[in-house]
Ligand binder design. Structure first.
Ligand code: COA
Length: 325
């Protein structure tokens, strides 16, 4: 049955120039390169400098994605930005990106699902496109987690980084099968009972401050693999596809051990797994579009490839989406 699909027409990303190595963090908190690499696989992360904000990173990534798609902001009618570190409580970062692109039409809004934000944003934009409400959507994941870290807390400050990534989705007709290009299915989940395992201890409606990220790392680890593998299996089932058919697995880049354990449990070969956590750290909602862009630009992800994205984040939220590139 012919159906509308949201096809990826282009992608782009942006990282702040300042790269911070584990060795540099050794001078800040009681940690070591060996501990960080062994527990997380992280060797370095990028940190936003003065004058850089989530929206400026997002605008740079959006411009790169538009250029890659051969389009301008005039061709876009929806901007969805996934972020948990907005420049301001309001207006949304999406409207700031919209303005930064010189776009004065269409609609723009943020989606907040912490590290699962990009999967949520893809799912939302896909629904607008398939409902005929938008023709081309810019989906951005942008974060400056460095601004909500407690830089005296070694259990969290070594894990995160800043950056942004974006994709342009375009309405195209498909046959309604898994051979179509575009977003084939997305499954979203959340369970607010787990909110205290990974949260920010401030906010406008509670403390009237921004707050700092707090996490029970071991607890998050305990739940992560089971949750993401369940939701990935649900996407395989919904699309009638299997791990063997995947070209690439592009997970949220939180921790190499979680990624490896998830891939192993799903029966996905390690050589199909895209890893950027070693050089980006955990950039929350930006991590998947950053990893996608890296794998497209180095020639791994090509037109027609079957790509699974998945994430888990604060809330907990978790989700997965299957995209034929
Ligand atoms: N450097 C050195 N030692 C550190 C450290 C650091 N940066 N952070 C914690 N430690 C210490 C702890 O204080 C603890 O010391 P103790 O045994 O003397 O009390 C020891 O290392 C072990 O801590 P623990 O928290 O049990 O380590 P872990 O093996 O669980 O690894 C994480 C910690 C955070 C790396 C791991 O739990 C993890 O990756 N969790 C998932 C986090 C995540 O991905 N969150 C984002 C999801 S979107």
């Amino acid at each position: 049955m012919r159906t509308l699909r949201s096809v990826v027409r282009g992608c782009g990303s942006y990282l702040p120039p300042r790269m911070v190595s584990n060795a540099e963090l050794e001078g800040l908190v009681d940690t070591s390169d060996e501990w960080i690499v062994q527990r997380t696989g992280i060797r370095a992360r990028h940190i936003a400098g003065e004058g850089e904000t989530t929206s400026t990173l997002g605008i740079a990534a959006a411009r790169a994605a538009l250029a890659d798609a051969g389009l301008t902001a005039d061709d876009i009618d929806l901007v969805v930005c996934a972020t948990s570190t907005p420049d301001h409580t309001f207006p949304s970062t999406a409207t700031m990106i919209q303005a930064g692109l010189g776009m004065h039409h269409g609609a723009a809004f943020d989606v907040q699902a912490v590290c699962t934000g990009f999967v949520y944003a893809i799912s939302v934009a896909d629904k607008f496109i398939r409902a005929g409400e938008a023709r081309r959507a810019l989906v951005v994941g942008a974060e400056t987690f460095s601004r909500i870290l407690d830089w005296e807390d070694r259990t969290t400050c070594v894990l995160f980084g800043d950056g942004a990534g974006a994709v342009v989705l375009e309405a195209q007709e498909g046959e309604g099968t898994s051979a179509d290009r575009g977003v084939l299915a997305a499954k979203l989940r959340s369970d607010g009972r787990y909110r205290e395992k990974l949260y920010v201890d401030g906010g406008p409606g509670s403390t009237k401050t921004t707050g700092h990220l707090r996490m029970e790392g071991r607890e998050v680890f305990r739940f992560a693999v089971g949750m993401v593998t369940d939701v990935v299996e649900a996407v395989f089932e919904a699309t009638g596809t299997s791990a063997d058919e995947l070209s690439w697995f592009v997970p949220h880049q939180a921790n190499k051990r979680i990624i490896d354990a998830s891939a192993d449990k799903l029966g996905i070969a390690r050589e199909k797994v895209v890893i950027t956590v070693d050089r980006h750290g955990n950039t929350s909602a930006a991590s998947i579009p950053l990893a996608l862009d890296a794998a497209v630009k180095d020639g791994r992800v090509k037109k027609g490839d079957l790509v699974m994205i998945e994430a888990i984040g604060g809330g907990f939220t978790w989700g997965a989406a299957l995209i034929r590139w």
